[in-house]
Ligand binder design. Structure first.
Ligand code: AMP
Ligand code: MG
Length: 465
């Protein structure tokens, strides 16, 4: 990474209307619990000593040649469909930005102290929250979902009071590595204040920083191409969530990144078995962000972005662009589904029939979601269909129909069939019971062994999906 490239990070190009300089909290203790060397290598920080790592990712001493002070980002957003103009980075900030291969990446924090947007919050993150976010990002990465990475977290020695966790509870400060932090809510805030010129500026900086392949001399065309690119990326992400069996839980517009990267993991869940009504957040009483509502929710959020852009680009054909979402989403779902089963496509129609047969079976059965993908990897050739711990569920009319459909599908990548991951009887999962059971020894005896073992397991099959 060459330092001279960093002199104009996108946030400084956007300028002071987009952030507030803030001071990091000073923490009593520093216990490094997680350090992501793979992400660090990507931006040339993997050789930092533990003490330098602590200086930068616990004390937040600026990185040489990078942002000279932390910046709390300004944004608004719809939370559970209600507009909130009091949002913004309330417990985090942008710490550094890095160009890699023509695009920009951020290090941002969670739990690093109060900011002008903290309202009555303490600006802190629970250790359990950091632990849960690290697990989610690791597994989503292994499942092929476009996700932010957890870069680092330190336990800080503070005690926090939370109404939804046994309190007092331990605290942490987390650093997130992400493909930008511009949210739909960043645009919404500009529209709220009718800052039309800033909307233009934000579109152009986003294109330059995150969609460098898009060029046009015409501002309206740039807005068109930008919005279309965001719609497509978000359709892909939504398809990835569905095939991963992931329920984000809080799909507010401030949690949707315009790069189509999934981020901000609070009360997420992975599906036990296929259930479109499955809801992650206990406070989501209506099931607004349930598993099956994620596509329609993403579409709703993209509509909000479209409206916002229209303030400056009044001829933008929002509906026409948004219409692409469902075709894009459906095509990605089919493709990712076949990829998940390691099967060659037989054309749209045959692929669609297989997908329908598969989910009809899953709907009719108590079969576990991830175990089924694992067992059917390789299709009819998979020896696990007959030997699975849930083989007793593999019967009945819908199952017969699925097996019938599978007859004509061939394995895509034969070498993958021999991967050591498929010698196991069960796949790697992250259901709530396991998250709690790995947490227990940490909470009771400060024993992190099971956590590190789980990370190893999660990484053991990276690259298959
Ligand atoms: P989230 O649900 O994590 O996306 O957060 C929504 C908003 O609440 C953001 O503006 C956060 O910065 C803010 N927030 C959440 N927790 C805290 C906290 N403990 N202290 C201050 N602000 C917070
Ligand atoms: Mg958020």
């Amino acid at each position: 990474m060459s330092r001279e490239n960093i002199h104009n990070p996108p946030i400084l190009e956007l300028g002071p209307d987009f952030y507030d300089p803030v001071k990091p909290a000073v923490f009593p203790e520093a216990h490094l619990r997680y350090r992501n060397q793979e992400a660090a290598r990507f931006i040339g920080l993997d050789s930092l000593s533990d003490s330098a790592w602590k200086d930068h990712f616990w004390a937040f001493k600026p990185l040489p040649g990078n942002l000279s002070e932390p910046l709390a980002l300004r944004y608004h957003g719809h939370q559970f469909m209600h507009y909130n103009h009091e949002l913004g980075d309330g417990r985090g900030f942008l710490f550094a930005q890095f160009p890699v291969a023509g695009t920009w990446y951020d290090l941002g924090t969670k739990g690093s102290g109060q900011t002008p947007y903290s309202r009555d919050g303490d600006g802190r993150l629970t250790l359990k929250g950091a632990y849960r976010e690290a697990l989610a990002t690791e597994l989503l990465q292994s499942l092929g979902v476009n996700t932010s990475k957890t870069f680092s977290f330190f336990e800080t020695g503070e005690n926090l009071v939370r109404y939804d966790e046994p309190s007092p509870t331990r605290a942490a400060v987390l650093v997130r590595f992400s493909h930008g932090h511009i949210r739909i809510g960043t645009f919404q805030r500009l529209a709220h204040f009718e800052q039309k010129e800033n909307i233009q500026k934000l579109v152009d900086v986003c294109l330059k920083a995150y969609y460098p392949e898009i060029h046009s001399d015409d501002a309206d065309e740039r807005a068109f191409l930008f919005f279309q690119a965001v719609v497509r990326k978000c359709a892909l992400l939504t398809a990835q969530w569905m095939i991963a069996g992931f329920v984000h839980g809080v799909l507010n517009t401030d949690n949707i990144n315009i790069t189509g990267e999934s981020f901000d993991y609070g009360p997420y869940r992975f599906l036990p078995s296929y259930d479109v009504r499955f809801t992650a957040a206990y406070f989501d009483r209506q099931g607004l962000y349930s598993f099956g509502r994620q596509p329609v929710t993403m579409l709703w959020n993209l509509q909000r972005l479209g409206e916002t852009l229209k303030l400056q680009f009044n001829t933008l054909p929002v509906e026409e662009i948004i219409e692409e979402f469902s075709d894009e989403f459906n095509a990605h779902v089919k493709r990712l589904f076949l990829q998940r089963l390691n099967l060659k496509s037989r054309g749209t129609e045959a692929d669609g029939s297989l997908l329908t047969a598969y989910f009809n079976f899953m709907e009719s059965s108590p079969a576990l979601y991830e175990q089924a993908f694992f067992d059917f990897f390789g299709g009819k050739a998979s020896p696990r269909i007959a030997s699975s711990p849930q083989k007793d569920f593999y019967q009945g009319e819908e199952f017969a129909n699925l097996m019938n459909q599978l007859q004509d599908f061939e394995v895509d990548d034969v070498t993958k069939m021999a991967h050591s991951y498929f010698q196991n009887s069960k796949p790697c999962t992250l259901l709530i019971e396991e998250i709690e059971s790995i947490w227990k020894p940490i909470a009771e005896e400060n024993d992190w062994g099971f956590f590190y073992k789980k990370l190893e397991e999660i990484r053991s099959f990276r690259g298959i999906y």
